[in-house]
Structures are given as structure tokens and as C-alpha cells.
Design a protein around this ligand. Structure first.
Ligand SMILES: [Zn+2]
Ligand SMILES: [Zn+2]
Length: 503
């Protein structure tokens, strides 16, 4: 048995080097299908989410082997020590379908189209079972360490137990279920097509589905499935645009999927909250994305700006983007310069109420929170904090540069880190209650701090791009999704003609 596994592993390696396909997105009947991560681990379960045992169609993607399995599946790797070799990436060349190498598929933007680019990864002849051996070789041969890379054995073998039966398969596997199933213990009930593959020493299960179904699965979690239709449509276009631009980063290609299912990409939970309104919003905006100057726009979004949105450059220190310079969301804030401490304080203290708001919308509009001076110091890695200087606020009023003085001096220039320092504050658009000394340029010094700091703020999230609470308010007031998108992403155009079905 051991011998068979070793021979198989060697055959896998040879096969892999001759034609190894990282299965990811594809165009099928003019629709873009993509793979979204559902679960990964050293072992995996697929079980019924309704109670009765599921019936699953499992087939090897690279062979005619196919089986119908009844009952809950328990999946294990059987050659854990041989799932990846370590080698050196020599370079890439265009994929011709003939040349030896490893196929890498990634997305690219060409002539206003999203295309799937195929290229051959070329490895040096030497390969090693352990990374350490590859590293030692690299050191001796003068090969830069960054070129060490795992060469995946895509068709490593798994053992699947279903009921009383035991089955052996070579991955990648296509799995189909017409009834909702729970994957890796997540009780959300996914149905349709799945891909099970081995990436290095882990089993990865993805949902293979059309982009439009993915968008339906994202927007229900993002803005709620009972939002007004025009707000759902805004969220659908923003989420679709964001998904396509994430595909262009290709940041999960080597993980074996296109997008992950967490906030790192976008939260995806299948059909968990799907209803007619969500479906209508996705269908009526089918394929629509935002373009700026012929390219996919960065359609980032957040929960609540608190009055004005901020500029991407101000928040993330990148190059300014013409459609993400910051806009007024609530008219009454338009006149104010929220980068100025006293005006920011006045606006934060302004009571706001709009008809039809849900409790989460209200909670993100104005909030306050208490944090002990000791906890603040601990979060900053300081023994104590005695004095705080707000150096800069962005156009939304978010603090983007702050210095803490005490046992040492700590300066933070990231709104995210500032929020974390204050114990996961909803946004960095807040002030610390008590006396302050205004500084030239709009900043402020808080010369003494009490043992418990009360901070009061507005907004939730980074404040760049579309504001979900503002979108809900404007949709209730009767604005169309086009008006709302034009407000938060000025200068963008809506296009549904960007897919390259020839890919
Ligand atoms: Zn991700
Ligand atoms: Zn807003």
C-alpha cells in the first residue's frame, strides 16, 4: 500500500509538471463563473443541513471517474507528507497548451474587458520535499530566497467516507448537490457546484458559481435583505465592481480560489438570507459595474460616513483617485470644515434623525464609548498616557494622525490603528471629552486625561466611497440607484459591457 502511494505521488509530480491546472474562474455561456472559498482544513466534512442524509455527485475533474455518494461525507488526505514539493520559479511564458510547466490562470484588464490570462510557470529542475532543503540549496547556488515556491500536487489523493463506504479519489473533485449542505461544519446550507482540491497540505472547498449569484450572496449580508430596492441595487453594483477589481488583484490565485468569503474580500454566506428583493436588485442591474476612464473603478464602501465621506488618499495614503475624493452625504454637514477640531466637535454633537432608520443605522450615526486610560496605554504598548495631540483629521472628520505622549511617544497615522487603539471604536471620527487646546492647522491638544476617557463620535467604518446608511436614507427619500452611485462615486459611468466571453 505504501509503495502504491509513493508511485502515485511520483506520477502526480510528473503529470503535474506536464499539465497542472489551478482550477479557478471560467466563462461559461457568456457568464463569468468564479470560485469562492467556503472552508479549508486538514480534514473536511460535507453533511446535510436539513437532517436527511445528502446525495452528492462526486467526480474527478481530470478523469471520467464519477460516483454518487449518499450520506454525510468525511474527507481526509492520505498522503499528507507529499502534497507539495519545493522548487524555484524561473519565470513565466504565455500558455500555449503544449509546453511543459504549470498553468497559472489570472485575471487581467485589456481593452475595457476582463480577460482570463493563462501563463506557464517555469520551474528549475531541482525540487525538494522540504522547504529547508530548498533554502539551503538556494543559499549555496546563490538563488534569491524569494524564488522558493511550493509546486502543488494538485491531484493528491483523498479518502472519502460516506455511510459505511470508503472511496479514494484524486483531486480536484467536482461535487454537486441539489439540496443545501453544510461544509466544514458551517451550518449555512450551500447548494450547487463545489470544487474540492488540495493546496499544499490542506483541503480547500470552494463554491463554483456565476458572478451574479455570488453578488446576491454578498449584498444580503452587506446592507440587509429588507433594504429599499434602490439601495439594494446600489449595493449590487458596488459589490460587483469591488469583486471584479479584487479579481484583477489575483491575490488568492495561489490559494486555489478567486475570492475568500470573509471581509478580506467580501463576506459571502450563500443563499442564507436570499429573498425576492435581493434577487430583483441583482437581476435588474445584471453585469453592471462602475468604470472610470475605461477601467474598473475602485468601488470601496463602508457602513456610515457620519456626514461627509473621506478621500481614499487621505485615509490610505495612496495616489488620489478622482472618484474617491470625498463628498457631502448629509446636506447640513456640507457647510462645515470637519477637519477642524471645533467644527468636528460641533457636528458630532448635532442630533440627527431620519425617518425609517433601523437600529443599526441609528447606532452608527452618533455613538459614544468609554475606555480607561490604562486600557488605551496597554493597546499602544505604553505604561501610561498623559497627553494626546490630534495632528490631523480627514475631510470626513476622521482622525488620520495622532500622537500619544506618556511613558514614551507613539504616533499613529492609520484610521484603522487609531480605532483599534481606542478599543475597536466604530470610526476614527470622534473627540475625547474634556478640555482641549486648538492648534494651528485644525488639530488639537488634549493636555490632561481623566482615568476614564469618554469618546463621542459619528460614523462607522473607514468613510471612503459609498456610505450604506446614506444610501438607505436617500433610497427612502426616492433617489434612484444611478443618482446615489453618481453621488458617492462622482465621474464614474455604469457599464455592463466589460466581460470577455471569449476568454
Ligand atoms: Zn480575500
Ligand atoms: Zn454617509
Amino acid at each position: 500500500m505504501r509503495y502504491v502511494i509513493i508511485v502515485k505521488a511520483l506520477l502526480c509530480l510528473l503529470w503535474c509538471i506536464s499539465l497542472c491546472r489551478i482550477e479557478a474562474a471560467e466563462y461559461r455561456n457568456g457568464q463569468l463563473w468564479l470560485e469562492v472559498l467556503l472552508a479549508s482544513g486538514t480534514q473536511m466534512s460535507i453533511s446535510s443541513s436539513s437532517g436527511s442524509p445528502p446525495l452528492l455527485y462526486v467526480s474527478e475533474r481530470n478523469s471520467p471517474i464519477s460516483r454518487e455518494l449518499a450520506g454525510n461525507l468525511s474527507i481526509k488526505l492520505i498522503n499528507e507528507d507529499k502534497l507539495a514539493y519545493w522548487g524555484f520559479l524561473n519565470g513565466t511564458e504565455p500558455w500555449t497548451g503544449e509546453s511543459a510547466g504549470v498553468l497559472k490562470e489570472c485575471f487581467a484588464w485589456e481593452d475595457s474587458n476582463l480577460v482570463i490570462k493563462r501563463e506557464n510557470l517555469l520551474y528549475a529542475e531541482e525540487s525538494f520535499s522540504f522547504r529547508e532543503n530548498a533554502r539551503r540549496y538556494a543559499l549555496e547556488a546563490g538563488i534569491p530566497e524569494q524564488r522558493i515556491t511550493p509546486i502543488p500536487l494538485i491531484n493528491a489523493t483523498v479518502r472519502i467516507t460516506a455511510g459505511a463506504g470508503e472511496y479514494y479519489f484524486e483531486t480536484p473533485l467536482a461535487i454537486h448537490s441539489t439540496a443545501p449542505v453544510s461544509i466544514g461544519g458551517v451550518q449555512l446550507g450551500y447548494e450547487g457546484e463545489f470544487v474540492l482540491k488540495t493546496v499544499q497540505d490542506r483541503i480547500v472547498v470552494t463554491h463554483l458559481l456565476p458572478l451574479e449569484d455570488y453578488i446576491a450572496g454578498v449584498i444580503q449580508n452587506e446592507i440587509g435583505n429588507n433594504a429599499p430596492l434602490e439601495a439594494l441595487k446600489v449595493q449590487a453594483v458596488a459589490a460587483r465592481t469591488h469583486a471584479v477589481s479584487l479579481l484583477l488583484y489575483n491575490r488568492h490565485t495561489s490559494d486555489g480560489y478567486d475570492l475568500c468569503n470573509s471581509t478580506h474580500c467580501q463576506v459571502y454566506k450563500g443563499k442564507y438570507l436570499l429573498n425576492d428583493a435581493v434577487r430583483a436588485a441583482v437581476d435588474s442591474t445584471r453585469s453592471e459595474v462602475l468604470l472610470i476612464n475605461g477601467r474598473i473603478a475602485d468601488a470601496t464602501y463602508h457602513s456610515a460616513c457620519g456626514g461627509k465621506t473621506d478621500s481614499s488618499a487621505g485615509i490610505w495614503n495612496g495616489d488620489p483617485l478622482p472618484h474617491l475624493m470625498g463628498v457631502t452625504c448629509i446636506d447640513a454637514a456640507g457647510e462645515l470644515d470637519l477637519s477642524d477640531e471645533s467644527q468636528a466637535r460641533r457636528w458630532i454633537d448635532t442630533e440627527l434623525a431620519f425617518p425609517g432608520m433601523s437600529s443599526w443605522e441609528r447606532a452608527s450615526l452618533t455613538w459614544s464609548k468609554t475606555i480607561s486610560r490604562q486600557a488605551l496605554a496597554a493597546n499602544l504598548g505604553m505604561k501610561y498616557v498623559s497627553r494626546v495631540v490630534i495632528n490631523q483629521r480627514g475631510s470626513s472628520g476622521r482622525i488620520t494622525d495622532i500622537t500619544f505622549h506618556g511613558s514614551k511617544t507613539v504616533r499613529l497615522t492609520s484610521e484603522y490603528k487609531i480605532r483599534q487603539a481606542f478599543g475597536s471604536a466604530m470610526s476614527s471620527f470622534f473627540y475625547i471629552r474634556g478640555n482641549y487646546v486648538p492648534l494651528r492647522g485644525g488639530g488639537a491638544e488634549i493636555p490632561s486625561l481623566s482615568s476614564n476617557l469618554i469618546i463621542r463620535g459619528k460614523g462607522s467604518g473607514h468613510g471612503v466611497g459609498m456610505c450604506q446608511v446614506g444610501t438607505l436614507r436617500r433610497a427612502r427619500e426616492g433617489a434612484s440607484y444611478r443618482d446615489i452611485l453618481a453621488q458617492y462615486y462622482p465621474g464614474t459611468v455604469i457599464s455592463s459591457n466589460w466581460r470577455n466571453s471569449g476568454g
